[in-house]
Structures are given as structure tokens and as C-alpha cells.
Design a protein around this ligand. Structure first.
Ligand code: SAH
Length: 197
């Protein structure tokens, strides 16, 4: 049993989500990738919950399906951009997770998350999110295109109204090899469309 408080970014994002999601809720994995967060979310919501997992690469959904095993029946795998989340998910949701960048070990490492679609998805998910719910975004800025996405995302989240959401950035400062940092958004009051300032 580890008593570390300053977790790395990926475990810390799971910690935040597990503190706010309840069994039976609907949640979103916006970037299924190899299915690590999808599996975590499927376990968290339990047999009466539902996970909607998005990816634009078939290979990612195949890897996720394999990883899920018998938990596939609580997960809907969707081969489409998370920017279209509103076409698949009916509100409210208990939480959502993003893991940006490219799929490690993929054939085509140039397939990456993009500023416009990432922000569109976050904006839609914030409208669907329950009050007290959390959206976590693990941001990678070491690859080509990563810095642009990071900067657009930071500008967007900083513009969100402080009465609607609390936004925090969390990172470990002494890790090698371009580790991700975390943006966590907590919805503090009910709204359909988040206001920007
Ligand atoms: N960088 C992380 C993994 C990120 S995986 C790490 O190193 O562990 C990011 C996933 O997002 C990829 O599988 C990619 O196919 C997917 N993706 C990219 N754009 C997307 C979009 N618009 N909608 C949904 N998934 C997308």
C-alpha cells in the first residue's frame, strides 16, 4: 500500500475521477487509446453504469475491447471523434477523461488529438456534466503539434467562468522525458453552456 500523495499525473487523474464518479453513472473516455482509462472507468461505474469510449482509430478500439474482456457489456466503443459526443451521449454524465497526443506504438504516430476538436468536446461535455463532476485532461506537449494544442487548451480553460467551473493544473516538476501535465475541471454549478470571460 503506497501512501504517496503527489501521484504521477495518470494515477492522480484517476484519483480525482474516483472521488467524484458514483456506481451506476454514465461516464466518457474521450480518447480510448489502449483502453487503460476505459477499463478503470468500467470498473468504477460498476455493472449498472455505462462508459462511452471514443477513438478515431479502429486499432485503438480493438485494443480497448481486448483489454476490457467481460466488462465490454458496460462499455460502448465509438469509432468517431469526441467532438461528436453529443450525437451519442445523453446527459447527464458523472465525469470524463482525456489522454491527449498520439497512440503509443501505433503504426501512424501522426494521428494526434487536435486543438479545435479537443476544445469542442470539452465544451460539450461540460454542459452534460453533473454538478460536482470532474473532467480530467492529461496533456502531452513533447510531440509535433503538442505545444499548439497545449496553448489553445490553456487559453480556453482559463477563459471559463470561475462561477461555473474550477480549473486546476497539476504537474510533477522533476520528471524526465516530457511527462504529461494534468488539467482538471470541476463543475461547481449547473449550467447548459459554460460562459467564457
Ligand atoms: N499520449 C498518451 C496516449 C494518448 S492516446 C500516452 O502516451 O499514453 C490518444 C488517442 O486519442 C489515440 O488513440 C488517438 O487515436 C485518439 N484520438 C485522436 N483524435 C481523436 C478524436 N478527435 N476523437 C477521439 N479520439 C481521438
Amino acid at each position: 500500500m503506497s501512501d504517496i500523495l503527489l501521484h504521477r499525473v495518470l494515477p492522480f487523474s484517476k484519483r480525482l475521477i474516483s472521488e467524484t464518479v458514483k456506481p451506476g453513472e454514465t461516464v466518457v473516455d474521450a480518447t480510448a487509446g489502449n483502453g487503460n482509462d476505459t477499463l478503470f472507468l468500467a470498473e468504477l461505474v460498476g455493472e449498472n453504469g455505462r462508459v462511452f469510449a471514443f477513438d478515431i482509430q479502429q486499432a485503438a478500439l480493438v485494443a480497448t475491447e481486448t483489454r476490457l474482456g467481460e466488462l465490454n457489456d458496460r462499455v460502448k466503443l465509438i469509432l468517431d471523434s469526441h467532438a461528436n459526443v453529443d450525437q451519442y451521449v445523453t446527459k447527464p454524465i458523472g465525469g470524463a477523461m482525456f489522454n491527449l497526443g498520439y497512440l503509443p506504438y501505433a503504426e501512424d504516430l501522426s494521428i494526434i488529438t487536435k486543438p479545435d476538436t479537443t476544445i469542442e468536446a470539452i465544451d460539450k461535455l461540460l454542459g452534460m456534466l453533473k454538478k460536482g463532476g470532474m473532467i480530467t485532461i492529461s496533456v502531452y506537449d513533447g510531440h509535433e503539434g503538442g505545444a499548439e494544442e497545449r496553448d489553445a487548451l490553456l487559453a480556453y480553460v482559463k477563459s471559463l467562468h470561475q462561477a461555473d467551473v474550477h480549473v486546476a493544473r497539476y504537474e510533477l516538476l522533476n520528471q524526465r522525458k516530457n511527462p504529461p501535465f494534468l488539467i482538471a475541471i470541476e463543475k461547481v454549478r449547473d449550467f447548459e453552456k459554460v460562459e467564457q470571460v
